[in-house]
Design a protein around this ligand. Structure first.
Ligand SMILES: C[S@@+](CC[C@H](N)C(=O)[O-])C[C@H]1O[C@@H](n2cnc3c(N)ncnc32)[C@H](O)[C@@H]1O
Length: 216
């Protein structure tokens, strides 16, 4: 496996990929979390998904163990597994590869075709969760603040979406520091979503075209 694409990209963007054996060793350090369907992972310089792809594979193995016998539950929990994977990447070709790699893993697992609702819903989720942007500045490529979508599974085929600003989420630690002006505020007062959506089905997600921070 090539760990670099070009010397220039190493110089310009520090682009050196982590070898798979090391990724697996690192993921084993948090093995329990990687095998939990709804644990959330954010990789702030995700490249083409060297960490996110095996994380998704581990989550899907957990889906198979827990829901393998029910097609309905298996499909919805597999989508939830995908919904819990997040990445930010500066380079357009890398983020496109990352989205494609993640979609391929899900599609292979569920034997999906490109016309299936679940395939389109997953592509929509990936366009939101895998952000083309600058993780240091917390800005998407169009310079809008990066938003993070919190997905939840409500059961019976419905998903909840709430959007948060990444700079607000990452600022929470300092907000709640003991000597902060805001230390007397409850977390709920800071942890307010920028937007909350009504519950959505896979079909709703498949046909959704309202975007947010989903720079292509
Ligand atoms: C060292 S590589 C790691 C890729 C992947 N995480 C891995 O371990 O294989 C760093 C990646 O971060 C991206 N990158 C560099 N600066 C970035 C920034 N400010 N925001 C987001 N991504 C960035 C590069 O384009 C590159 O894909």
């Amino acid at each position: 496996m090539n760990l670099i694409k070009s010397k220039q990209r190493v110089v310009d963007h520090g682009e050196v990929f982590t070898p798979p054996w090391l990724v697996e060793k690192m993921l084993d350090l948090v093995k329990g979390e990687t095998e939990r369907i709804d644990s959330r992972f954010l990789e702030p310089a995700c490249g083409s998904g060297n960490f996110l792809v095996p994380i998704l594979q581990r989550k899907l193995a957990a889906v198979e163990l827990k829901f393998g016998k029910s097609d309905f539950e298996k499909h919805h929990h597999a989508l939830l597994a995908l919904m819990c994977c997040y990445g930010i990447e500066l380079l357009a070709d890398n983020i496109a590869e990352c989205r494609a790699n993640m979609l391929e893993v899900l599609a292979d697992y569920l034997a999906l075709g490109a016309d299936d609702d679940l395939y389109c819903a997953a592509a929509h989720v990936l366009s939101l969760n895998l952000v083309h942007g600058d993780a240091m500045r917390m800005r998407a490529i169009d310079d809008a603040p990066i938003c993070v979508v919190e997905w939840g599974y409500l059961g019976k085929g419905k998903f909840q979406r709430r959007d948060f600003r990444l700079d607000v989420l990452t600022g929470m630690a300092s907000f709640s520091a003991e000597d902060s002006l805001f230390s007397t505020l409850g977390k709920h007062e800071i942890f307010t979503p920028a937007k909350t959506f009504p519950p959505m089905s896979v079909h709703d997600l498949a046909t959704a075209n309202y975007g947010m921070g989903a720079s292509a």
